[in-house]
Write a protein that binds this ligand. Structure first.
Ligand SMILES: Cc1cc2nc3c(=O)[nH]c(=O)nc-3n(C[C@H](O)[C@H](O)[C@H](O)COP(=O)(O)OP(=O)(O)OC[C@H]3O[C@@H](n4cnc5c(N)ncnc54)[C@H](O)[C@@H]3O)c2cc1C
Length: 509
């Protein structure tokens, strides 16, 4: 364990210290803070910097998991769709998925049986049920694909789901420190003594009654290297990559494509102009922070799409790509796509010792239930802790919001100068918090310098003040997806603008 000259000799005592600002860490922090616990969360990079911003962005039951008999996971995930839709209608939306029928891969009876389970395993009020389809002549699919199925799941802005949970945690009193790495922790006299290093090299220490390890792909490494203990479970790092291409088809529906290797690939409408295609499954051995798409993965995704759609894509159509690493609990499966997507929580600590709770695996979709399970396991250590509360509480910006359209109309009515496309982007990013962004703004000029792609100084300031943004990547790829719209020169201008605002160098992203 490194011996470092830590800043404060008498460190503050929290109930819970959470390591990791992905969906699982922020979800647990928000839940715990709302139950009255004093919570500290540290994230070594930006919130949602890693796996939680590299997903397929679906709140879904996982139709494919039925084949692997993951009924517990599917039931829980299906029910969470409507819960999250109600909690955050600005960043979660229903989506229909079209599954072209390919009889040599899966017979129709099998798909019908799967969809019947899908329709009935979880509670569903708003989402429509599945149905069979015959494709018309104007279908974007190849002529030989004449039949298929259609079912419902939801789409989510994954990184913003993390941010909203971090904001919810803060609003319940949690201290959230980004760009702050937990470098070591040790137990002493019933407390964890936790040592942290900020991106500027400064050090701080805190103490906590319980420690949550939500380090995602680093979960096992954190236990081994930073806590100097054996990990209770193995972790398999499974890379998944996506490509973004110009819009492949009209309409709001996504496609779920069956490949010859029995894997599935999604083609999902993305930000009006694009289609998001993914994902892959490959064992990954390197540093999770440096994962990037391989040429073979791009070829694979293009091949699957080209086997289905009339419009043919080549490498030249790939506008952007991203990759992430799934931190999956090792179930010794030979096939990366068959490893369980369910989560496992491990609680350790003997009598009189401060507990350590580590999170292995998990989906964005089930983060809220995972957080409830984590707190149920920690409950004996905090007898005065409040009860579960997150199922019916709105996430920041979702308060009183039924759907973003009403908000877009209200924004355009209040601000006649506001373009509807900008009102739409704001409403579907910030929900009702957009009124805070617009406080004191009465004219277009009040938005300040235009930095490109509809991004103004005012929004950048808001993101720095309210959402922990520090670098251009924080703003362009996580808090928004405007990176797809800003030219390199505009991105440099944004960097320069941020340098005037923030003390921490952008290379820390
Ligand atoms: C390709 C792909 C597609 C996916 N698609 C979906 C989908 O459509 N729907 C769905 O529900 N799920 C999906 N998932 C799964 C989901 O994205 C992940 O399960 C989830 O994001 C994991 O979140 P996490 O918080 O555990 O990890 P992360 O998001 O990686 O967060 C862990 C954080 O811990 C931080 N950290 C690590 N060590 C330290 C330390 N010492 N100090 C401080 N901070 C530290 C890291 O910097 C990191 O930000 C997908 C995953 C992948 C890879």
């Amino acid at each position: 364990m490194p011996h470092l000259p830590f800043a404060s000799p008498i460190a503050e005592v929290y109930d819970l210290a959470v390591v990791g600002g992905g969906i699982n860490g922020t979800g647990i922090a928000a839940d715990a803070a709302g139950r009255g616990l004093a919570v500290f969360l540290c994230e070594k990079d930006d919130l949602a910097n890693h796996t939680s911003s590299a997903s397929s962005k679906l709140i879904h039951g996982g139709l494919r998991y039925l084949e692997h008999h993951e009924f517990r996971l599917v039931r829980e995930a299906l029910a969470e769709r409507e819960v999250l839709l109600a909690k955050a209608p600005h960043i979660v939306k229903p989506m229909r998925f079209i599954l072209p029928h390919r009889p040599h891969l899966r017979p129709a009876w099998m798909i019908r049986a799967g969809l019947f389970l899908y329709d009935h395993l979880g509670k569903r009020k708003r989402l429509q049920s599945s149905r069979g389809l015959r494709f018309a002549d104007d279908s974007p699919l190849k002529a030989e694909m004449t039949r298929g199925f259609e079912y419902s799941d939801c789409w989510v802005d994954d990184a913003r789901l993390v941010l909203l949970n971090a904001m919810a945690a803060r609003e319940h009193g949690a201290h959230v420190h980004t760009r702050t790495r937990c470098v070591s922790a040790r137990r002493s006299k019933g407390l964890w003594h936790i040592h942290l290093e900020r991106c500027d090299g400064s050090l701080l220490s805190i103490r906590a009654r319980a420690l949550v390890n939500a380090a995602g792909p680093w979960v096992a490494r954190f236990i081994r290297d930073d806590l100097q203990q054996p990990s209770p479970y193995g972790i398999r790092l499974i890379q998944g990559s996506h490509i973004i291409v110009p819009r492949l088809h009209d309409g709001e529906q996504a496609y779920i494509l069956q490949n010859e290797d029995r894997r599935i690939v999604f083609a999902i409408p993305y930000l009006d102009r694009f289609t998001l295609i993914g994902t892959t499954d490959r064992e990954y051995q390197g540093n999770p922070a440096q994962v990037s798409i391989t040429p073979e993965e791009t070829d694979y995704l293009l091949r699957v799409v080209n086997a289905h759609f009339r419009k043919q894509l080549s490498h030249a159509d790939v506008l952007h790509s991203f990759a992430g690493v799934r931190p999956l609990c090792d179930d010794e499966s030979d096939d990366p796509s068959a490893i369980t997507r369910d989560y496992t929580l491990s609680l350790s600590g003997g009598a009189g010792e401060a507990p350590l709770l580590s999170v292995f695996g998990g989906k964005l979709t089930t983060y809220r239930k995972l957080a409830e399970s984590a707190l149920a396991q920690l409950a004996p250590y905090f007898p005065d802790m409040g009860v579960s509360w997150t199922a019916s509480a709105a996430l920041p910006g979702g308060e009183g919001l039924r759907n973003p359209t009403e908000l877009i109309d209200a924004l355009c009515q209040r601000h006649a100068w506001l373009e509807r496309s900008l009102a739409q982007r704001w409403a579907t990013s910030y929900g009702s918090r957009v009124w805070r962004l617009l406080e004191g703004v009465t004219t277009q000029a009040d938005l300040g310098e235009h930095l490109g792609g509809g991004l103004h100084a005012r929004e950048v300031d808001y993101l720095c003040q309210e959402e922990w943004a520090r670098s251009s990547a924080d703003i362009l790829w996580r808090r928004s997806k405007l990176g797809l719209y800003l030219s390199p020169a505009e991105q440099t201008r944004l960097d320069e603008y941020l340098k005037r605002l923030t003390p921490c160098p952008a290379h820390m992203t």
